[in-house]
Design a protein around this ligand. Sequence first.
Ligand code: C2E
Ligand code: MG
Ligand code: MG
Length: 702
Amino acid sequence: MGTEAIDTERLELVMEAAGLDLWENDLLTGAVTRKAVKIFAELGYTEAEAAGWLDGLFAIVHPDDVALVKGALADHLAGRTAQYRCEFRVRSKAGEWVWYANHGKIMGDDSGERGHRLIGVTFNIDDRRRKEERLEQQQRQLLESEARHRELLHNLHTAIIVHAPDTSILYSNPRADELLAAHPGWYFVDEQGAPVLPEAYPVRRVQGSLLPLEALVYGVRRPESARVVWLLVHAFPEFHTDGALKHIIVNFDDISPRKQAEEKIHHLAFFDALTGLANRRLLMDRLQAALAASARNRIHGALLFIDLDKFKTINDVLGHGVGDQMLVEVAARILACMRESDTVARLGGDEFVVLLPELDADIEVASQKTAMVAEKIRLALNAPYQLKGSAHHSSPSIGVSLYLGNDESADVLLRQADMAMYKAKDAGRNTLRFFSAAMQMAVETHAALEADLRHAVARGELRLLYQIQVDASGQALGAEALVRWVHPSRGTVSPMQFIPIAEESFLILEIGGWVLETACAQLAAWEQNDALRHLSLAVNVSAQQFRQPDFVARLAETVGRYRFNVARLKLELTESVVLNDVDDVVSKMHALRALGATLSMDDFGTGYSSLAYLKQLPLDQIKIDQSFVRDIITDPTDAVMVRTIIDLARNFGLHVIAEGVETEAQLAFLQLHGCSAYQGYLFSRPVPVEVLEALLHSSYQT
Ligand code: C2E
Ligand code: MG
Ligand code: MG
């Protein structure tokens, strides 16, 4: 018994420490052999109160739990469970429900039979249960709120897509599904119209800036369609506590209607309401862009300032309504003179400005082109206007400023054009003035030369000079005829200056015809002279001239009127002749050779695709351009170029002549590498025919 007493004591100690309350029932007798007492004290009941409940414990068990406890007990008693276990709530003296657990078991006696003593413990599990309850509740709330959230997203009128960090779609609401399904193959473009990969847009934005919220406007464009659907995209990245990206909620709204409204406002802000032309603001934007472009590509552009000459009178006499009508008409007429890339603006009133970007790298050509456009506008605005049933006349004064690069600001250029416009008014209106005196001069000279050139042939102002061509031994082979214009007041004008002007009109045909006529007459004269009969005469043919459909017929007609060996007539063509319509050129060249004429390619090496076409062309000679000859001694590239041309000519069975030979060193180099004919100041400058003949005479004497 002694050991048993000690064991019981130890057990009590352990139970105490573990907060367990031991109890025992005898199932046979139904007697409670050991009572759980601690729990009652814990619950705040006095021993007396507790004693009263010993049999009726269920009186203070939560009504919902009574069945559970009884069931667990019944299961164990019936042998359905190895242990009796249950958890239940008991009411404290203060009226609170406190969680307890019962763990029990039917114990066997010494015989090993299934016993009749039910022994168990009761212990407080309130903390654990409450923690669990709280968690459960949180879980429930979470689920509820998520469900609410989804429902909310589901019914939203804006599209929602939730992207995983790898941009795969975790969730999309019906509106998003609808949008994606309605526009298969659509892709995102940014505000500049550049495509944004649909799978890249949220992540890119999120990584690009670490803002938690981002509002962007994207367009969606269907392939091969200019139509853009504008979407306002908000991306909300959500992060894990460790900072890693959890997902991105992307919300987009179709804001096309708003965009269209904005565009309308933009239009109002940048365009003139009356004429629909650009307004000052847009003009200045475009001008600035054009200046920047010009700084990059070094191409001139121009600004025209146009002011109507009698507009105030029309406004005053016919009223503003009619004045407006006229301005609309003026706008349309100016536009009709323009290229796509030009900008026409109305600054207000009767002031119009035209921006002509990218005219030419050469300032003279750029001025010329500008003058041409301005003249076109001037004539267009001079045509009568039908206003209020009768014809009215008006005219413009036009001021021009040219620009290259962005040294001058947009404002300064506009002011210059304005000032030039006032110069045009001072000069009597209905005219054009350039801001810079030099440009004005260039344009005026051009205009004056063109006017004078019309009479040059008829007035006998053209002369031919002759420049000798020699062979390797210095013997004269012939000469090149070079035209000069002896202007009554300007003196001798170079063909470099007047041939391009002549090429702008039919004048080149008249001049070219005169040159050919004179050359043929000269050849016929030489034909009469034994000493000169062998000489050939090279005549330059301009591209425009050659392009004339009846060029061959005209030449045949001219040649037919003179008696000489046509093989002595050498036509010099340039690469620009061949540039377009090679087939036509080749057939013309064959026709010329059939007439007996000789063909030479002038300025060879300065054009491009030289090698490509050389094979196709029925040429007799190529003429190495003087630019290569000039630096033949000093520039290894030119030296190689010249040697290549000579080799090439030999391979194609062509004669080769070098022009612009000025020094003995150049001549020596050319001789060394097999060039067979020469022309240049070393032998003679272009001279009048008498001088040439004297030269030939003296060279025969030596
Ligand atoms: P081009 O046919 O290449 O003529 C050669 C030019 O080089 C001539 O200039 C000539 O005076 C010049 N020259 C000759 N030897 C030398 C030299 O050693 N050094 C230098 N620096 N220059 C030399 P020009 O007479 O002023 O003629 C210029 C261009 O005008 C010609 O180039 C030709 O393209 C054109 N041209 C001349 N006459 C006519 C013509 O009757 N009709 C047509 N369509 N064009 C012509
Ligand atoms: Mg020539
Ligand atoms: Mg030449």
